[in-house]
Design a protein around this ligand. Structure first.
Ligand code: EAX
Length: 325
């Protein structure tokens, strides 16, 4: 046998016996289930990473509460037990106080303003603030404008909220917001279907997709389109882990998350009208034009509360208020 032939055989044998290079696995968690806003962003991100890293990285998705509530997911990313997550902003504020400024009520008047500000320098500053808790803030994706629902009675203006037993996210800000509105807020993780069904709480607030995907229309009668908070998810990685990646990989992760978010926002927004029609059809009594001014007036003094006096929070809120003008 000629030497060159032997060489080819040897090389072929090595290639055959070497195990296929295994992709590096990255664990990413969302609390919600397939079909949810968080999951749509996560799934798109996983697809883009597979494609753009040419199979070098594989995103393993955890969902439907398999790694606990959002606060617990954040703890696991912080510890590096998992590498990535897409989490609603609410629970972040017990880790990084100033991030609550992004959830300030009635801050963003529409989607265009939200995109312009959150994808711009002030949004970047907010994402960078997460580093103090060990998070790399990659991107904002979208939960949506939050709307108030309950079983006690129709809510048209802020005074109708008085005494309402309301589930809020595990968030300092959200609890304070509903205190200010004279409700009786109870922080709970997600999901909350059985608490609503059993009547432990009268109401909750969330974007329209949540009512549909989690069948909240079965356990909630009245819905008011208050749009009081533009609710984002923050798409994060463990900071130390992220910085240990080659620069080229970091760039791939960063742009894949941006593109996943752009895609996910579009999907979310396109379905809004459809969700509303469907909820009405399923029997929810919807107030499409509640007295927003009464809510605005009542929450306006929040700016002067202690939690907004903390200098970093005050600084970020001021920038956001200026940028959203
Ligand atoms: O995204 O906890 C919440 O109210 C969130 O908005 C929920 O996880 C749906």
């Amino acid at each position: 046998m000629k030497f060159s032939k032997i060489l080819i055989l040897v090389i072929a044998a090595i290639c055959f016996t070497l195990p296929a290079m295994a992709a590096t696995q990255v664990q990413l968690a969302v609390v919600t289930k397939p079909g949810s806003a968080q999951y749509v962003a996560a799934e798109k991100f996983a697809e883009l990473i597979k494609e753009r890293s040419k199979g070098e990285y594989n995103i393993k998705l955890y969902h439907s509460g398999s790694l606990g509530k959002e606060t617990e997911i954040l703890q696991q990313v912080q510890l590096g037990a998992i590498q990535m997550a897409i989490v609603t902003l609410g629970p972040f504020d017990t880790f990084v106080p100033e991030i609550k400024a992004v959830a300030f009520p009635f801050l963003f008047k529409d989607y265009e303003t939200a995109d312009r500000v959150l994808d711009g320098p002030v949004g970047q500053e907010a994402l960078d603030s997460l580093a103090q808790a060990g998070f790399k803030g990659l991107q904002f994706s979208e939960n949506g404008f939050r709307n108030l629902s309950n079983n006690r009675g129709a809510i048209h203006s802020a005074k109708d909220v008085k005494g309402l037993k309301l589930r809020v996210m595990q968030s300092t800000f959200h609890k304070e917001l509903w205190h200010t509105l004279d409700a009786n807020p109870t922080p709970m993780g997600w999901p909350i279907y059985s608490e609503l069904q059993q009547g432990t709480i009268d109401g909750q607030e969330n974007p329209l997709w949540v009512f549909e995907e989690y069948k909240l229309y079965e356990v909630q009668k009245y819905l008011a389109l208050t749009g009081h908070v533009y609710s984002v998810h923050i798409d994060i990685a463990n900071l130390q882990w992220f910085e240990s990646l080659p620069e080229k990989t970091q760039a791939i992760f960063q742009t894949a998350m941006r593109d996943a978010a752009i895609y996910q926002r579009k999907v979310n927004r396109k379905k809004e009208a459809q969700y509303l029609a469907s909820l009405k059809e399923k029997g929810m009594i919807v107030d499409e034009h509640p007295d927003i001014d009464s809510f605005r007036t009542k929450v306006a003094p929040m700016k002067e509360m202690d939690m907004y006096k903390e200098p970093k929070t005050r600084a970020l809120l001021t920038k956001l208020l200026n940028a959203t003008q």
